[in-house]
Design a protein around this ligand. Structure first.
Ligand code: ZN
Ligand code: ZN
Ligand code: ZN
Length: 152
């Protein structure tokens, strides 16, 4: 058995491809290299398991090999202010660069616009993200902690 996701993907024979084993429907064209288990999933399953994990790295089968694919390209938007639920009066949708331990990922973020709701910084913090210098850039708390440790 291959031990890592990368080995799994390298060794993955084309003949084993087929319907998604979770939903039984779509073609199992997607795999997350961050999630444990390295399961091949269809588009619906990869989206439903990553709505709050937009910084995960996804690979998509392109007919001959797996290539990087962005979750935002699959329609994933991170909804802030309501613990992942849809805001009744969303303020704006914007693309942010998120720096995580997996690298830099562009994510589409929907901000809550409820009257009396939390501000942008508070909404990001709810996800464990902190605004970075400059516009539309944020980093995960974990990355910021690691940077502080490196400076010591
Ligand atoms: Zn599926
Ligand atoms: Zn994942
Ligand atoms: Zn709201």
């Amino acid at each position: 058995m291959p031990t890592t996701v990368l080995e799994f993907m390298r060794d993955f024979p084309e003949r084993d491809r087929g319907p998604c084993t979770v939903s039984g429907e779509g073609q199992n064209d997607y795999i997350c290299v961050v999630c444990p288990g390295a399961e091949l999933l269809c588009k619906i399953c990869i989206v439903s398991t990553h709505e709050q994990l937009p910084f995960h790295k996804i690979k998509q089968w392109n007919g001959s090999h797996f290539e990087a694919c962005e979750l935002r390209g699959l329609g994933i938007q991170v909804r802030l202010g309501h613990g992942g639920q849809v805001c009744p009066s969303p303020q704006s949708t914007a693309s942010w660069d998120l720096i995580s331990e997996h690298g830099i990922m562009r994510v589409d973020v929907v901000f809550c616009g409820c009257v009396g709701g939390p501000g942008v910084a508070a909404q990001l913090r709810e996800m464990g993200w902190l605004r970075w210098n400059g516009n539309n850039v944020c980093a995960t708390e974990r990355v910021i902690e690691q940077m502080h440790q490196l400076q010591l």
